[in-house]
Design a protein. Sequence first.
Length: 79
Amino acid sequence: MKIVAKVARGPQKGEVVTPHRHEDGTYVVSPTRFEKDYIRVASLEDFASQIQKGLKGRMSSPAVKGPRLFSPKSIIIER
């Protein structure tokens, strides 16, 4: 499975990002940008499923400073 998005604005515009894996090995989806609303999921399959249900996903890359929250319409999921 491949999950990607492109940064749309700012200095890293055009940079390709993938789901951000946190130190505990989980990925984060959320209905809002607030940490209190974060939902941690264990796998990329769960991440993709939640994105398809309309939640946003935290994504990053080595070139992008810190993970960012991307809306479902900006995320491409290839199975």
